[in-house]
Design a protein around this ligand. Structure first.
Ligand code: ZN
Ligand code: ZN
Length: 225
């Protein structure tokens, strides 16, 4: 999974790896461990997306979790609040176990430092073990340019804003375009019932008229709609 890129006729395809770490919303407990332990999920995910040009936002069309590993760490030791534990020693153990999990999933070693650094950033900010930490390594393939048709401006203007508290059934997955949760920001729903941040989907529809997740076609200027 080295960085590779190759040119097609009108489209360039770029493949690259990147890591993300976030604190999840749902609680996760294990009865045989004390409440001081935090659940950490390592994931290897594959994403396929497209982009009009290098400096444009990436629209993810497909996101699949290929593999995952589950780890539990003692949060006070991790956050250097446990006086009985040598903090350097505990953190090096944590580093080793995350590296081991990544290796088992086939993540190249070159990506380990970035994933581990992002994990520690989230762990340092974590105030409670109630919210698990997710560390994901993404194997992303992005198609750049080539044959994209924007949606009609009238259909973009007609997008309605929806609210999280309207009792709507949100999928637990994040906004497929920016990969961020729906906690903040204005949200809209396409006719196919897929949710996005309003500013994310507007940027996309101005480039391509298809729903990034299901390819539902929004009206185009020259289209039948
Ligand atoms: Zn978004
Ligand atoms: Zn859709």
């Amino acid at each position: 999974m080295e960085n590779t890129s190759w040119r097609g006729s009108s489209t360039e395809v770029v493949r690259h790896l990147f890591s993300r770490a976030t604190q999840l919303r749902g609680p996760n407990r294990r009865r045989d461990l004390s409440e001081d332990y935090i659940f950490v999920r390592l994931g290897l995910c594959r994403a396929i997306g497209w982009q009009r040009a290098f400096d444009c936002p990436i629209v993810w069309e497909e996101q699949v979790r290929i593999d995952q590993r589950e780890l539990w760490f003692h949060l006070p030791s991790l956050k250097l609040e446990n006086e009985e534990m040598d903090p350097e020693f505990y953190r090096s153990c944590v580093e080793f176990r995350i590296g081991e999990g990544l290796t088992n999933m086939g993540v190249p070693e070159a990506e380990h430092p970035s994933a581990i650094e992002k994990f520690f950033q989230v762990a340092d900010a974590a105030v409670s073990t109630k919210l698990p930490i997710s560390v994901s390594v993404w194997d992303a393939t992005v198609r750049i340019g080539g044959g994209l048709v924007p949606a009609a401006k009238s259909s973009i203007d007609a997008l309605e804003e929806v609210r999280l508290d309207d009792g709507l059934e949100f999928e637990s997955s994040p906004c497929a375009i920016c990969l961020e949760d729906f906690v903040d920001g204005r949200i809209t729903r396409l006719p196919c019932a897929h949710f996005y941040h309003l500013h994310c989907i507007v940027q996309c529809l101005e480039i391509n008229h298809l729903c990034p997740l299901c390819r539902y076609p929004m009206p185009t200027v020259n289209g039948p709609n």
